[in-house]
Every structure is written in C-alpha cells, then in structure tokens.
Design a protein around this ligand. Structure first.
Ligand code: FAD
Ligand code: NDP
Length: 600
C-alpha cells in the first residue's frame, strides 16, 4: 500500500510526514551526522537521482516527533528512512540493494515494472553457470538459457559450455591418455615386464570421455534444479534491453524479461577462408567426438589448441604435422614456446613453418578418408600433402553476431567482436553485463570466467564491491611436456621496463622419473623473471616439465602476494620434486653460465 493512501488513517501529527512523502518522488529522512544517511544520499547523487532530504537532528523536538511518526508508519525506528514514489523502501542496506541490482533509477522514476527474473544468463558455460548459481544462492530469481549450435560437421553436446564439452575436460583426459602411453614405455625401465606392446584404442577412449562428459552435463542440470535456477535449453536473442526471445530445438518461442542480463555466450572456432575448409576440415569442437581414430593428421594453427591437440595425437602414435603461420604460442614467452616446439619435434611431431593452407579437397571418402591439402610457404613455394584428418585450430570468435546486440546498442570491440565492459563487467547498456570468453580484454580461461561470474553476482546481489582481478592469471599449456606460467614473459618486460632492470634466473632440470628411461635430457626448464628496482620482486614465473600445471598453481599465489627472489631462496624445497628447483635457482641469464645437465 502506498504511504499516502494511509493519510486518513493516521493522526494529524503525521500530516507533515505524509506531505513530504507524497510531494517528493524520492524522500530521505536523515540525520546530518549519520554515515549511512550520507551513503544513501551519495548513491542518489551518483545515479543522478533528484531527492529531497530533511535532517531530523537539526529540527529540535519536531525531528523526534517525525521520527516517531515514521516508526509508526513503517515499523522502522532508524534513519535513513527512504521512500520512492510514496513507497517505503527501508534504510541504507535496502537502498544499496536496489542500487546494486540496477533497479534504483527506474523505481525512483516510478517506471519500474516487475519482470520475470532478477537475472537471466545467456550461456550455460563456465562463467554463466557460476554467476547463475551464485545469484540464486543470494536469493534471486534466476534463469539460464543455453543452446549449442551444432558444428558444421553436426557435432553437438550438452549443458556446461566449452570447457566441459569441447575444451579443458576432454583435452586433459586425452592428454592424460597420451602421457600414459609414454609412462608405459618408461615402465620397463622400472622393472615392469609388459606382456605385449600396448596399443591405443581411440574408440574406447572417446567413448569413456563422452560418458564422463555426459555425467557432468547431468550434474550441471541437477545443480540448477537444486538451486531453483530456471533452465531454458534455447537460443536467446535480445528483443529489447530487458526482454529476450528464446527459441528451442523444436522452434518453440518463449519470451522472458529480466532486470539484469548477463551475456556469457563464449566463442566458437574459426575456419580459414579457403576452399574445402568447412566441408572437409574439423575443429576441436569435433575432434573430441570423432567416432574413429583421426589417423594421419594436419593441425593448422600454432597456439594453445593446436599444440595441445597435436601433442596428444602424437602421443597415441599418430603421424602429426603442425602448420605454423608465424610463431608458436603468440603472446607467450618465446624462449619457452620454442622449447615446447623442440620437445614436440623430438617426439615425432612435424612442423611446417611459415606456411598457410590454400585448399582442402577430398581424395577418398572414408572413416577417416583421405584429404589433399595444398599449402603455401612464405617464400611463395606451394606444396601438397595427403592427410586423413585436417583440424583447424586457427583461433576462436565470440558468439555476438546473431543475438540482437546492434538493436539495443551494446558496444562491441570492432576488431574482435567482443563486448566492451567496465571493471565491473557492465556494458554501455547499464543492465547488461558480459563475462568469460565474450568479454573484451580477458584471458580465455575457465577459472577466469568462473571467478568473474561469481564476483559479478556477489556485487549485484550480495555485499561485495570487489572487481575481478585480471592480473597475474596463471595458465598452463598441456603439451606433452607441460608449460606453466604466470606474470610477465621476457618479451613483455623488455617492452615495459628498462632492460637493465630485469634479472632472469634460470635452470634446466632433469625430473627424477625421466632418469631411468633416460628420457628428455635437458628439456625441462624453469625461470624466474625479477625486477631489480623492486628488490628483485618476481614478476614472471615459467616452468616447462611434467605436472607444470600443478606447480604453477602454487607458485602463482606467491607472485600474486608480491614474493621476491629472496623469498624463493628462503623457501625450503620438497625433495625429490621438480618444483624444488625454484628454491635453488642461482644462475642468472646475464652471467652466461651454462644451465644444462643439472640433475637431482
Ligand atoms: P562457454 O563455456 O563457451 O559457454 C558459452 C555457452 O553459451 C555455450 O554453451 C554456448 O553454446 C552458449 N550460447 C552461445 N550463444 C548462445 C545463445 N545466443 N543462446 C543460448 N546459449 C548460447 N581453459 C582453461 O582454463 N584450461 C584449459 O585447459 C582449457 N582448455 C581448452 C581447450 C580447448 C580445446 C578450448 C577450445 C578451450 C579451452 N579452454 C581452457 C578455454 C575455456 O574452455 C574457456 O575459456 C571457457 O569455457 C569460457 O567459458 P564461457 O563461460 O565464457 O563460455
Ligand atoms: P589463438 O587465437 O590463441 O591462436 C590461433 C592460432 O591460429 C595462432 O597460432 C594463429 O597464428 C593461427 N591462425 C589464425 N588464423 C590462421 C590462418 N588463417 N591460417 C593459419 N593459421 C592461422 O587460438 P586457440 O584456438 O589456440 O586458443 C583460443 C583460446 O582458448 C586461447 O587464447 C586460450 O585462452 C584458450 N585455451 C586455453 C587452453 C589452456 O588453458 N590450456 C587450451 C586451449 C585453449 P598467428 O600467431 O600467426 O596469428
């Protein structure tokens, strides 16, 4: 009930209070010394909302009578006591809640209409699910729309997004499968007598991986149900900034509205614009679901996806070629990238460097068939080779093209199609947010999307002000010899700092597990990049070796907390491990002393 409707039900002494509430769209009963009152007024100023306030402590006895009248009207004895368009809102917490969830302006203007949901998330991947679950835990009414458009080859999958279905999870399981092959070869050196030579069975592995993924898909659906998040298995497009059109696989159309909408639609793989790419090529979206072994494979591209997939395919004993347009792992420390390449080469992966594909044609059909790839090298020379499978790992594009963002004016980065947001993940349209792979200037990594999603929900519906910290994000490339890093590369540093200010400590190391099989001598390596002017603060950590992901995760915390080289020196190592080399790393690159062949 509007407070002004109560007018006749209460005594005359209330008249002044009633008049103030009725005559002012935004009315704040305040006390001049109260920090919560000042906070509320500051919020209205920030939002450019006109408000009227009276300071009860500056009104002698009248102030006390008004406060008593307010207590009778609202059962709230404290200030600030806030009314929007005649409706009692509450105090500072209640006003802040509306400010955070984005509905304060509409409520102040009297244009607010109750919508179906507090939050709708478009995209049920790593980021979207994290945000939806967090918002629901904070008591909000939430929906998730997720729809997988099949790949050009017709591959499709369930709820969970890229990581679960066509990214981290199948990739890591296949990486593990390849590592097991290596371990089996090593096993004889550790006394195991192998009855017969082990053979890799693609179909069996792919089936096991698929079953695991399906169990994860089921788990995500159950979690949403448990948290009372409404799930729509439908493709979402914007009708206006608060309204979405959802189309399911049977073309059934539903319309829903929400106060806030989070875009977490991720990206999909690119195909090069050459004849035959889409008809005959596959991408990582298909590889993990191939029902047959890919056979002799060409991987086009030279970054994360290309090198990881080439690595595990070669680990299964397949003939694998990587076609590199320019450099390996653009954006990464190039010394480390080239060491990865050298290690892969020593394990039989072929590299066609400075080369781009020109066309793909079918030589013979089959499972797999044979494909002829024509390619051009940077010197203009043209070559041709036959492969069973051609996989494009030539980057990914955000799914922003067909969701109606033009119509509602959401700003995209024209160079990459990603959504431009502020540090609170808010786009230029106030109630629309973006996180994960679709957010501009974001590392495309699952934990980044998850963290950003959780924090966003907490900022909107909880009591958190913290923006996501996109600095010092650790990552690992799961090549046969894993590469983990956090912080700056050597190239980054020479761009940002004086070369004389940078000190690099480094060493090769021989993992104990490689000694008996005499495997990969001098291939494992670590380095710490330090800034002399900051007391040798460690600003870059790089490790190439077994379990680099596990090692990097721990040390990333040290870098985030600002550890110096002396802290690493003070650390007592765990013996015998690979990670211990970082507590005994004393040779600088500048000294020129050889770091090869140091061993346990
Ligand atoms: P996604 O997980 O891509 O989810 C987006 C969802 O939205 C999808 O389900 C999509 O179908 C859906 N969608 C799109 N448009 C619409 C629409 N209009 N309506 C409804 N639904 C829609 N990261 C790591 O940290 N570690 C790794 O080891 C790793 N390995 C990877 C390996 C590969 C091969 C690939 C491709 C990626 C890998 N990544 C890895 C990256 C990681 O998978 C992504 O960063 C992460 O999944 C991004 O999450 P997201 O929530 O932004 O989007
Ligand atoms: P990237 O954008 O990182 O790399 C694309 C690669 O394809 C580059 O080597 C690029 O070469 C090459 N390329 C692009 N276009 C062409 C073309 N027309 N012809 C030939 N080569 C071409 O994409 P990825 O797909 O590898 O990875 C996408 C993201 O997914 C990564 O940034 C990462 O964040 C995430 N990811 C994370 C993983 C992890 O955490 N372990 C694993 C896999 C993916 P050039 O350098 O010359 O441009």
């Amino acid at each position: 009930m509007r407070m002004c409707d109560l007018k006749n039900k209460i005594g005359n002494e209330m008249e002044q209070v009633q008049t103030l509430i009725c005559n002012n769209a935004v009315m704040v009963f305040s006390k001049s010394y109260c920090k919560f009152c000042n906070k509320v007024k500051e919020i209205f100023r920030t939002e450019n909302i006109d408000f009227h306030s009276i300071e009860l402590d500056l009104m002698d006895t009248e102030g006390k009578i008004i406060q008593d009248a307010l207590a009778e009207l609202t059962k709230q004895t404290t200030v600030p006591n806030v009314f929007l368009n005649g409706k009692h809102i509450g105090g500072c917490d209640a006003t802040e809640k509306l400010f955070r969830d984005g509905t304060l302006v509409e409520r102040a203007l009297g244009t607010y209409q109750k919508r179906d949901f507090d939050l709708v998330v478009i995209g049920g991947g790593s980021g979207g699910l994290a945000a939806a679950k967090e918002a629901a835990s904070l008591g909000r009414k939430v929906a998730v729309c997720d729809f997988v458009t099949p790949s050009p080859r017709g591959t499709k999958w369930g709820l969970g997004g890229t990581c679960v279905n066509v990214g981290c999870i199948p990739k890591k399981l296949m990486h593990k499968s390849a590592l097991l092959g290596c371990d089996m070869k090593d096993a004889t050196h550790f006394g195991w007598e192998m009855a017969e030579q082990a053979k890799h069975n693609w179909e069996k592995m792919a089936q096991e991986v698929k079953m695991h993924i399906m169990s994860l898909n089921f788990g995500y659906r159950s979690e949403l149900m448990l948290k009372k998040v409404q799930y729509y298995n439908a493709y979402a497009t914007f009708l206006d900034k608060h309204k979405l059109k959802l189309v399911d696989r049977n073309q059934k159309v539903t319309e829903i509205t929400a106060d806030n909408i989070l875009i977490a639609v991720g990206g999909r793989p690119n195909y090069p614009d050459i004849p035959g790419a889409r008809e005959y090529g596959i991408t990582s979206d298909d590889l993990f679901y191939l029902p047959h072994c890919p056979g002799k494979t060409l991987v086009v591209g030279a970054s994360y996806v290309a090198l990881e997939c080439a690595g595990f395919l070669a680990g299964f004993g397949l003939d694998v070629t990587v076609m590199v347009r320019s450099i390996l792992l653009r954006g990464f420390d190039q010394q480390m990238a080239n060491m990865i390449g050298a290690h892969m080469e020593s394990h039989g992966v072929k590299f066609l460097k400075n080369t781009v594909p020109v066309s793909v044609t079918e030589k013979s059909a089959g499972s797999p068939g044979e494909l002829t790839v024509t390619y051009r090298m940077s010197d203009g020379e043209v070559g041709e080779q036959t492969f069973n499978t051609v996989m494009f790992a030539t980057g990914r594009s955000p799914c922003t093209a067909n969701i109606g963002l033009d119509e509602i004016g959401v700003e995209l980065n024209a160079r990459n199609g990603k959504i431009v947001v502020d540090k609170y993940e808010r786009s230029n349209v106030k109630n629309i947010f973006a996180i994960g792979d679709v957010r501009d200037s974001t590392p495309e990594l699952t934990p980044v999307a998850i963290q950003a999603g959780r924090l966003l929900a907490k900022r909107l519906y909880g009591k958190c002000d913290e923006p996501m910290d996109y600095k010092m994000v650790p990552t690992t490339v799961f090549t046969p010899l894993e590469y983990g890093c956090v912080g700056y590369s050597e190239e980054d540093l020479t761009e940002s700092f004086d070369a004389g200010d940078v000190e690099v400590y480094h060493t090769h190391f021989q993992p104990l597990e490689y000694t008996l099989p005499k495997r990969d001598q001098d291939k494992s390596y670590g380095k710490l990049i330090c800034l002399k002017s900051a007391g040798e603060k460690v600003v870059g950590f790089h490790v190439l070796g077994p379990n680099a992901g596990e090692i990097t995760q721990g040390f990333a915390l040290a870098l985030k907390l600002g550890a110096k080289k002396s802290d690493f020196d003070d650390l007592v190592g765990i013996h015998p491990t690979c990670a211990e080399v970082f507590s005994t790393m004393f040779i600088t690159k500048a000294s020129g002393i050889s770091v090869e062949k140091s061993s346990c």
